[in-house]
Design a protein around this ligand. Structure first.
Ligand code: COA
Length: 531
């Protein structure tokens, strides 16, 4: 008998891991467990009273833990004899994914065998009993963990060292001025010089020398998003830029959490459906730049707190910051700079969409490489209802994702569309719970070669599994592919062929390329360093 399942627990992963290794918690969670005593490290004797159909028996045997990889996974093996009733053995593979600082997805796969009288009961009865035992176990386990969750501090799941390092990167001096750079996407660069309090902006051009062609300068992955001829469009004095970033971070309007090489950036204004304030647009480029520089981060997920991804720009604030043509122009520069910064980070990015994803929120989502939606996600670009022309870059991204006809329907109509429609037209890549194929694995699970089934109902769990699967791939290869594809998608003028060739050459000269070939020869997993 084999089965898989999952449980979403409201507790930090370390808390769940500790509970999984606590004999008292296990005893209280295993249905019918009368005793569980430690005999050696990771070995216990156990007595369990169990009823399968008409047969009720007391099983005595042992429980052992193996393949232990704290705080992520282990295999729990239980085997026991129930006397005349027969015997049972179960190997349970348990793995923990940290979805959020205090939310853990526990997944399990069970392989069980029974013998003797029990085996004569038939597989249907045994399967039903096993499923019930698993359900009961996780219900009881949840109660134990919930009791412990209140003792946990945020830092137990947040990896404080990573966060501190991240804050330090943000606070690091950035020269005279922190420059919010807009990549020179020549086909769309047409902004007239504008100025506003503390922020100056000027038109981008396509004339500057590509960064990679500077003598002696090999393109590192973090340089890739610089795109050809990065031209400052919005120069914020260093102190002011840092103050804006720190304000957004300390007021937690944008939260960052790094775990297992994946950074999760959360838009955090759930009371306003995570609508983006001007300060948030301004702060985001520095935040993603810091993540791009951070070697501990291999992939980035962007999501919203609570029920929604993002209901777009903060509309009430328009009276103050987007009231006339000059302000609107400056405002759109900040939006573009934010979305470009996300689009051009050298690492893979996934937007996790739940609830509303509207207007500027849709631009944020389209700036990510991939979009994973929950079934409740509701997308739309209501610009035509506010008499706003959606920006050139946002429109271009929409066009390349959904094609001309669908883009026109979305922009002319301003109507919202649901996750199923979004999947059909190509706006999202995956909807949690949809697309499961006959083999029992979804298309994504097959593509990424997931050994276990991925959560059926949680787009964050799917996104994390996917992001983690990419985290082991060659950073230079992915960064180069991203640069080429984004450049091509944004129009031929956006793509610098010289820089493209330089990237390809740098990847061919890299240690990672040698490592990839060596790993293939030696039949082992490669260890890429990004250089
Ligand atoms: N800017 C600022 N606040 C917003 C917002 C936005 N874009 N979208 C929603 N909110 C706020 C609402 O004002 C409300 O706040 P309140 O409780 O203080 O009144 C709160 O979020 C909840 O939204 P509400 O409108 O009550 O929920 P709803 O379920 O009735 O409708 C939406 C949800 C998203 C459909 C609706 O709020 C909406 O149309 N928002 C604007 C979307 C938009 O046009 N975005 C593009 C901007 S360019």
């Amino acid at each position: 008998m084999e089965m898989v399942g999952e449980a979403r627990l409201e507790a930090a992963r370390e808390v769940v891991w500790d509970a999984l290794n606590d004999p008292a918690v296990l005893q209280a969670s295993i249905p019918g467990c009368e005793s569980l005593e430690s005999t050696a490290e990771n070995e216990f004797t156990a007595t369990v009273v169990s009823k399968v159909g008409p047969i009720k028996a007391r099983f005595a045997g042992k429980v052992s833990l193996s393949n232990i990889a704290p705080p992520r996974s282990y295999t729990l093996t239980g085997e026991g004899s129930g006397g005349a009733a027969g015997f049972a053995r179960a190997d349970i593979e348990v793995s923990l994914d940290a979805l959020e600082p205090t939310v853990t997805l526990l997944r399990y796969g069970v392989k069980a065998n029974v013998g003797g009288k029990l085996a004569q009961l038939g597989s249907r009865m045994i399967d039903a009993a096993a499923r019930k035992s698993a359900d009961d176990f996780f219900e009881l386990f949840r109660k134990q963990v919930d009791g412990r969750a209140s003792d946990s501090t945020l830092s137990s799941g947040v990896q404080p060292a990573g966060m501190q390092a991240f804050m330090q990167q943000l606070s690091a001096p950035v020269g005279e001025a922190a420059t919010v750079e807009a990549p020179a996407v020549a086909s769309v660069a047409a902004t007239a010089p504008v100025a506003t309090e503390g922020v100056t902006a000027k038109a981008s051009t396509s004339e500057a020398v590509p960064a990679a062609s500077e003598p002696g300068r090999a393109p590192a992955p973090r340089d890739v998003p610089a795109q050809p001829a990065p031209t400052p469009v919005s120069q914020v004095p260093a102190a002011e830029a840092q103050a804006a970033v720190m304000d957004v971070l300390t007021s937690e309007k944008i939260k960052v959490w790094i775990s297992d090489q994946v950074a999760v950036v959360t838009l955090n204004r759930p009371g306003s459906r995570n609508a983006m304030t001007y300060g948030m647009w301004l702060a985001m480029p520095s935040i993603v730049a810091a993540l791009d520089r951070n070697p501990e981060v291999r992939a980035v997920i962007i999501t919203g707190a609570g029920a929604d991804f993002c209901a777009g720009a903060d509309i009430p604030e328009f009276e103050k910051v987007r009231a006339d043509v000059a302000q609107a122009t400056t405002y759109e520069v900040a939006v573009d700079a934010c979305c470009d910064a996300i689009a051009n980070i050298s690492k893979p990015t996934v937007a996790v969409l739940r609830g509303y994803c509207l207007g500027g929120g849709a631009h944020l989502a389209m700036s990510c490489d991939f979009r994973f939606a929950g079934q409740d996600a509701m997308m739309g670009i209501p610009a035509a209802r506010l008499s706003i022309i959606y920006g050139v870059k946002g429109t271009r991204k929409l066009l390349s994702l959904v094609g001309l006809a669908e883009a026109k329907k979305i922009l002319y109509g301003g109507q919202r569309f649901d996750a199923t429609h979004a999947l059909r037209i190509g706006f999202v890549d995956q909807v949690a719970g949809l697309g499961v194929v006959a083999s029992g694995r979804s298309l994504w699970e097959r593509l990424i070669g997931a050994k276990q089934q991925v959560a059926r109902s949680d787009p964050m769990a799917e996104a994390r599994t996917f992001a983690t699967s990419l985290a082991g791939n060659a950073p230079l290869s992915m960064a180069g592919a991203k640069y080429l594809l984004n450049g091509m998608a944004m129009g031929t003028g956006a793509l610098d062929l010289v820089r493209s060739e330089a990237l390809i050459a740098a990847a061919a000269a890299s240690d990672d390329y040698r490592e990839g070939r060596a790993a293939f020869r030696e039949k082992r997993a490669p260890k890429f360093q990004g250089s």
